[in-house]
Write a protein that binds this ligand. Structure first.
Ligand code: NCD
Length: 309
């Protein structure tokens, strides 16, 4: 039996380096399978999704990953059309979804929501974003992208820029990077530095420096991970307006970076990367989105198929 069979994915902190490497190897393997063999992996299985927040890539990549391994998906992506609107609790909705599906994918604005759902569901739960806390499958996709594009993770200098306070992908990525020997530069406006409750944990495992000045670090970075200012999580609009547009990665910045540096972004992008960067060889955020489909297919394949693939 493979070690991920019927297991939840709640936090990237639950994974060792060996386990992450197993997931990357399985992703490589699944990418090489021909479509017909790939469709055998989860034939007849159903993924149920519950998205209490907007999503494009995460939900669609789960959908398309599941279809590519022979399964199907059903669920709720517009919560206003569900019984939540009538007052049904998250617990009851999760219970019902776990009757109709073999694995549950949940996105919810509350920290701790996925852990809570996993306690209720008798089917495995995958956290597709829990409040400002974590987004573990995004981090798996991000780490896989770094590994594919840079051929390694150990030894890299990685800049993470933008909204480090509210961006959940940043936390999952940092916890994941904690398994590797990396030098991290955390670049943000003063008011959007990473939350102090997490710095304790991250400090134990990663060498990082915090700064507001991106220019000082550009020429050293191997990877620049750009994030969106999370407008919807600000307690008031005034605060958002103060930091809106703080960093915009454009061709001028790119010129000052290493020739083989890569630019990543979990997307959606608002204005933090100029559109003319998209066609450069350094821009890897669309590849990153594509790898998301394959990493999720590999994860679903291992969770739902006892013998793996
Ligand atoms: C991210 C999220 O939902 O946290 N989106 C995604 O899943 N790729 C990032 C974001 O919304 O900024």
């Amino acid at each position: 039996m493979n070690e991920f069979y019927q297991k939840d994915i709640i936090s990237i902190k639950d994974y060792t380096k060996d386990q992450l490497e197993t997931i990357f190897a399985s992703t490589d393997k699944i990418m090489q399978l021909n479509p017909q063999d790939r469709r055998e992996i989860c034939k007849g299985k159903t993924l149920g999704y519950l998205f209490y927040e907007p999503s494009t890539r995460t939900r669609l990549s789960f959908d398309s990953a599941m279809a590519s391994i022979g399964g199907n998906s059903l669920g709720i992506s517009d919560i206003s059309s569900s019984s939540t609107q009538k007052g049904e609790s998250l617990a009851d909705t999760v219970r019902i979804m776990s009757i109709y599906s073999d694995v549950l994918v949940l996105r919810n604005p509350l920290d701790g929501s996925s852990r809570f759902a996993a306690e209720i569901s008798d089917k495995p739960v995958i956290n597709a974003g829990s409040g400002t806390e974590e987004h573990p499958t995004q981090a798996i996709q991000d780490l896989f992208t770094i590994k594919k594009e840079k051929k390694k993770i150990d030894g890299l200098k990685i800049g993470i820029v933008g909204d480090l306070k509210y961006g959940r992908t940043v936390y999952s990525l940092l916890y994941g990077l904690g398994n590797y020997d990396v030098d991290v530069r955390l670049i943000s406006p003063e008011s959007l530095r990473i939350r102090s409750d997490s710095t304790y944990e991250i400090k134990k495992r990663i060498d990082f420096t915090e700064t507001t000045d991106i220019e000082d670090h550009l020429d050293e970075l191997d990877v620049l991970y750009v994030t969106r200012i999370q407008k919807e999580r600000f307690p008031d609009e005034e605060e958002y307006l103060k930091v809106k547009g703080s960093y915009v990665v454009g061709l001028d910045m790119l010129k000052r970076m290493k020739d083989d540096a890569i630019i990543l972004h979990p997307l959606p992008r608002i204005d933090e990367i100029a559109a003319d960067v998209d066609t450069t060889k350094n821009a890897k955020y669309f590849e990153q989105a594509e790898y998301g489909k394959h990493t999720r297919a590999a994860l679903l394949g291992m969770i739902l198929n006892e013998n793996g693939f």
